[in-house]
Design a protein. Structure first.
Length: 145
């Protein structure tokens, strides 16, 4: 009896590789998103520190130069936060795109696996039919003797 060989095994192997690549891309996009969110969180924390410092400056003896400097720092930080929010939004879009590609790769791989299973079932049926035919031939040969 011959061994089962799936004729499209190279395509299935390619699907495994594509899925692995998409998983790596998804992990990279997720890591980038976490990094961007962490930067945003740190910027917001620094802005809050600047605002607290400004409140302390205003509540004590007022040093106008220092108050202006602190307000400028807050404005700069607000601008950086807006820019960082856009970076976070872009990273979120990249994660979503990577997730979609990964899902498609998984679907393609599962489709190939189902096709392989179907081919194997057909192989088993053919092998069973061939075995049955051989048994019938052997029985008829023995019966005719």
């Amino acid at each position: 009896m011959k061994k089962f060989v799936y004729s499209m095994q190279n395509i299935l192997n390619l699907q495994y590789k594509i899925e692995d690549q998409q998983k790596a891309a998804f992990r990279a996009a997720s890591a980038k998103l976490e990094e961007e969110e962490s930067l945003l969180k740190n910027m917001m924390y620094r802005k809050a520190e600047y605002e607290n410092r400004l409140k302390r400056l205003v509540s004590g003896t007022i040093d106008l130069k220092e108050v202006r400097s602190q307000k400028k720092e807050i404005d700069v930080m607000k601008s950086r936060i807006r820019t960082q929010m856009m970076a976070v939004h872009l990273a979120e879009k990249n994660v979503e795109a990577a997730r979609i590609k990964l899902t498609e790769a998984m679907i393609d791989r599962k489709t190939q696996e189902k096709m392989k299973e179907k081919a194997f079932e057909e192989y088993k049926q053919e092998a069973a039919a061939e075995e049955s035919k051989e048994i019938d031939q052997l029985v008829s040969y023995l019966h005719s003797k």
